[in-house]
Design a binder for this molecule. Structure first.
Ligand code: C5P
Length: 247
């Protein structure tokens, strides 16, 4: 058995090549559910916009050499300001214009990926993802081609009809709530987006396009701090977490 401390493990890690990575951050949403004039990624969270907190979580990731943010045309210059302040010379960065749906924002950003073995997609409004979870998801994607973070659902989930009558109660042992990052070998994600565009397929996350193509996607257990800031209550909770420096 190879353990982290065995001589073979040490030899392997010394000779392991660094996997090159590009990070896409979709930040072009209007954030209607937040009931604010400022789009969610630019709302201040204890002295810094949410987007800056989020990007900061990735800066120590080995092999990360490109960051692309998709944002609305009105937000491009403030996004560039944030990136310039945050990112040192060793990582290249750019902004692209997002689309009317998240899928179109990612599609635009994918065209700017220069040369990376893995592409990570992470929502601008998930500022509490841990480096440990990011690394675990990258390692799984390196092996399987596609991996996403998630947590088992806490509540019972019911499928309902238009009149709100229950149609089905799926076995919750097999239900997971999916987060980002979603990590892919670059060729797989490019092919999925290309085919989805060609055949007008629409999914609610990146992995669903890869699943639709018939490729496997592995779910890696993350943690519940990696929630998406969506409603005003999420913002209150996020502020409390940052102030307490809990994650
Ligand atoms: O709307 P939702 O909360 O699902 O958005 C998740 C992420 O996708 C957010 O960071 C948001 O800014 C981004 N998004 C985007 N382009 C859109 C819609 C959402 O980049 N058209």
């Amino acid at each position: 058995m190879i353990t982290a401390s065995s001589p073979l493990a040490t030899r392997c890690s010394l000779s392991d090549p660094v996997i090159s990575k590009a990070l896409i951050i979709p930040a072009a949403g209007s954030g209607k559910r937040m009931q604010r004039d400022v789009p969610k990624p630019f709302i201040e969270l204890v002295g810094q916009p949410i987007l800056a907190h989020t990007i900061g979580r990735f800066l120590k990731l080995e092999g990360l050499n490109q960051i692309i943010v998709a944002t609305s045309s009105q937000s491009i210059s403030r996004t560039e300001g944030i990136l310039q302040e945050l990112i040192g010379g060793e990582i290249s960065w750019s902004c692209v214009e997002g689309g009317t749906e998240r899928q179109y924002s990612i599609q635009n950003a994918l065209q700017a990926v220069a040369d990376a073995q893995l592409v990570l997609v992470h929502d601008a409004v998930r500022p509490f993802v841990s480096l440990k979870s990011i690394k675990a998801c990258c390692e799984a994607a390196e092996k399987t081609g596609a991996a996403v973070l998630g947590t088992p659902v806490k509540d019972t989930i019911k499928k309902i009809d238009k009149e709100h009558f229950v149609e089905e109660t799926p076995d919750r042992r097999f239900l997971w709530q999916i987060q980002t990052p979603q990590v892919f070998k670059t060729g797989i994600l490019q092919k999925a987006y290309h085919l989805a565009d060609e055949q007008n397929y629409f999914g609610t996350d990146d992995a669903s396009l890869v699943e639709w193509m018939g490729e496997p996607v592995q779910v890696v257990q993350g943690d519940r701090h990696n929630f998406k800031i969506t409603y005003p209550q999420d913002l209150e909770y996020a502020r409390a977490l940052v102030k307490k420096r809990e994650c």
